[in-house]
Write a protein that binds this ligand. Structure first.
Ligand SMILES: NC(=O)c1ccc[n+]([C@@H]2O[C@H](COP(=O)([O-])OP(=O)(O)OC[C@H]3O[C@@H](n4cnc5c(N)ncnc54)[C@H](O)[C@@H]3O)[C@@H](O)[C@H]2O)c1
Length: 435
């Protein structure tokens, strides 16, 4: 395929080398004469493992060239990749000026071009950019989106230092566009790459890179904080984190990565507090770990605020134990919300098939008697009556019986879902806690 690549920095240079290696004919574009000259003498614009050889062989086989003439580049290609920089502005916002100028340049190049053109956004951009790029192009070129051209979002996940290998072996290729033709084109570009292709919504593709990089930064800083605590205790932190990473069921896994409600239970809150206290005793600041509890508190507060603003007074809570399939009420996060609602004069109804007050004993009983001594008066045994008496139903546990009853009664009650129930999503007054 004939591909123009706008921006010959890190991502652009790796892209032209790898795309040429896959057999495409590449024309690189940059505002920097120096970078264009480098490429046109068969040299890379960056220092990176294997890239020198790729650019050299691409140049020698005439599959790679570069220019500052953006109109020519658009006219001579079917697909244009946008790989320009998106640095932070002084305020920390992402500066999208280069994206705007390159969109204007592509639009100029499209004027008078007959063939369909696919524009691929490879740079990390703010949600909404795909649409903005498309609008700029439509306005300047007078071409029609989805008819004469289309915009595809295709975020780049390479790591500097391992960029070429990452380019050829990504875990996943993410593509998003309103145009089926555009999706077909991008799949053709990556035909030789074995990774699975995830076709997703544009917003998701635009947001993903921020989430990835934030998580990577979080992992690094989490490991650093653990390392700092371990050093104070004379424990080998590298050995500890190696051991930690061996648990691919709970630690390095999908577990606990689903958005939803606050955590609770008899272990997480207690042990987190204990670790914070160890650090505190050694005069050590661990701000990430130290703020987890605050984040958890806010998750409960957001739910309370939403309920408080709902205008309804009778709140039903389905599931009060700290997680589904247990009767353990210790530090169950929903109980904090229930407590606040009662304090504010709400009528709270509770239904939980696992919680039978006459069977609750030991530490579990002590906890609940301390927290909500009159819990028994809130509990319903009859789910139908529970539904009938509640204007809002908070779903804190999956319950097929409830779904069936709500369906049968064509209920228009407000459903507040904390567990992501596909069944309940279809209801009219459905609200997800953070989806
Ligand atoms: N560097 C990485 O490891 C990496 C990895 C994944 C994604 N990204 C993202 O990819 C994008 C590019 O990053 P980078 O590190 O390659 O940036 P970079 O600063 O190295 O390169 C950007 C290039 O774009 C050129 N440019 C600017 N305006 C132009 C225009 N109007 N026409 C043509 N060229 C123009 C610049 O001269 C520069 O050569 C960013 O959004 C970045 O966040 C970077």
């Amino acid at each position: 395929m004939k591909i123009s690549v706008f921006g010959l920095g890190y991502v652009g240079c790796v892209s032209i080398g790898c795309l040429a290696k896959m057999g495409h004919k590449i024309i690189g574009v940059d505002v920097s004469e120096t970078k264009v000259k480098l490429i046109n003498t068969g040299k890379p614009t960056i220092v990176e493992k294997s890239i020198g050889q790729l650019i050299k062989s691409g140049y020698e086989s005439k599959r790679i060239s570069a220019t500052t003439d953006y109109k020519k580049a658009v006219k001579e290609s079917d697909v244009s990749f946008i790989c320009v920089g998106t640095p932070n502005s002084v305020s920390g916002h992402l500066n999208m000026n280069f994206i705007k100028s390159v969109s204007e340049e592509i639009a100029e190049g499209l004027k008078g071009k007959e063939k369909f053109h696919t524009i691929v956004i490879r740079s990390t951009v703010l949600p909404g950019t795909n649409k903005e790029v498309s609008q700029i192009i439509e306005k300047i070129s007078s071409k029609k989106n989805l008819v004469d051209y289309c915009v595809v979002s295709n975020p780049e996940f390479l790591r500097e230092g391992n960029a070429v290998d990452d380019y050829f072996n990504p875990s996943i290729t993410v593509v998003a566009s309103e145009s089926t033709k555009g999706i077909k084109e991008i799949k053709k570009v990556y035909k030789k790459i074995k990774a699975p292709v995830a076709q997703v919504s544009v917003g998701l593709a635009e947001m993903l890179k921020f989430v990835n990089n934030t998580f990577h930064a979080l992992k690094i800083s989490f490991a650093n904080e653990i390392g700092n605590v371990c050093k104070k205790l004379g424990i080998d932190s590298v050995e500890l984190m190696t051991l930690f990473a061996l648990d691919d069921k709970l630690n390095i896994s999908k577990a606990y990565l689903r958005p939803g409600f606050a955590y609770g239970g008899s272990c997480l809150p207690k042990d987190l507090r204990a670790l914070n206290t160890i650090a505190h005793d050694h005069y050590l600041e661990i701000p990430i770990i130290g703020n987890i509890e605050r984040s958890n508190y806010l998750q409960k507060k957001y739910l309370f605020d939403e309920l408080n603003n709902s205008g309804k007074k009778k709140i039903g809570v389905l599931g009060i134990s700290f997680k589904e399939g247990t009767d353990d009420l210790r530090e169950s996060p929903i109980l904090d919300v229930v407590e606040r609602l009662i304090g504010k004069g709400y009528k709270v109804n509770v239904y939980d098939e696992n919680v039978n007050m006459s069977n609750i004993i030991g530490a579990n009983k002590n906890f609940i008697m301390n927290k909500l001594p009159h819990i028994s008066s809130l509990l319903y045994l009859d789910i139908k009556k529970f539904i009938a008496d509640s204007e809002v139903i908070i779903i804190n546990a999956n319950n097929p019986k409830l779904v069936k009853l709500l369906k049968a009664s064509k209920s228009d009650k407000i459903i507040y879902d904390l567990v992501y129930s596909n069944e309940l999503k279809k209801f009219k007054n459905y609200r997800g806690i953070n989806w």
